[in-house]
Design a protein around this ligand. Structure first.
Ligand SMILES: [Zn+2]
Length: 218
């Protein structure tokens, strides 16, 4: 059997095991699973979230299937690539968020947006791994190691010196403490924020020189 073919068989067996596991759990409607990056996903990432010279190897990353509640309360199936060091945290956190009906707009790989963070944020897409510098710098972001996640980024923008990213999030960027008109608002009392902090993440809303309300990193 060729290596390619063997990989394919292993992939199919893996998927069957995942399906069986979720069926045994008595829960066929939701999926909270972490697995090595499948070949099809790896292809999808090339030249997009996974760029040349990326120092992170494929086997340091994980592909997550995560159910979530959309803004209408319907269960949707999301996907995410992250560092294997936080894969179990994310599985646990998103399972809890789904249980509590916490709304998430969408959860697609950033490769669907050609790894363009501005486009992904504007679409209010929740995502994790993307090999890129911190906006406005040459330093590689924690997203570049799959160690940071952005949640509902349109309504929870990144604010630095009056500059807002995504630009479309400006109307939700300021005087957030007292405001009740911000959809999917992340603040220190928010369930999502509390769960990430419990799992040892830092929240960008606690930063002093800038505020990154969508951002959690380890
Ligand atoms: Zn971020």
């Amino acid at each position: 059997m060729s290596v390619m073919r063997l990989r394919k068989v292993i992939g199919i067996v893996g998927l069957l095991m995942i399906a069986a596991t979720s069926a045994w759990a008595g829960n066929t409607d939701t999926l909270f699973v972490s697995q090595p990056i499948p070949d099809s996903i790896w292809q999808r990432m090339q030249g997009k979230s996974y760029k040349q010279n990326c120092p992170i190897s494929r086997d340091e990353l994980r592909y997550l299937s995560l159910s979530y509640c959309d803004r209408n309360g319907n269960t949707q199936q999301g996907e995410m690539v992250c560092n294997k060091m936080i894969a179990q945290d994310l599985v646990d956190i998103f399972r809890q968020l789904w249980k509590e009906g916490y709304p998430i707009e969408r959860m697609q790989l950033i490769d669907d947006y050609d790894a363009d963070d501005q486009r992904s944020m504007t679409a209010n897409n929740t995502s994790c791994f993307n090999y890129r510098p911190i906006s406005g710098t040459k330093k590689i972001s924690k997203h570049g190691r799959g160690m940071a996640i952005d949640v509902n980024p349109l309504y929870n923008p990144y604010v630095r010196s009056g500059r807002v990213e995504p630009a479309e999030g400006r109307r939700w960027a300021f005087r957030r403490e007292q405001r009740k008109d911000i959809p999917m608002k992340i603040d220190s009392r928010d369930l999502c924020c509390r769960l990430f902090l419990q799992h040892g993440f830092r929240w960008g809303g606690n930063w002093t020189n800038s505020k990154d309300y969508q951002h959690f990193e380890k």
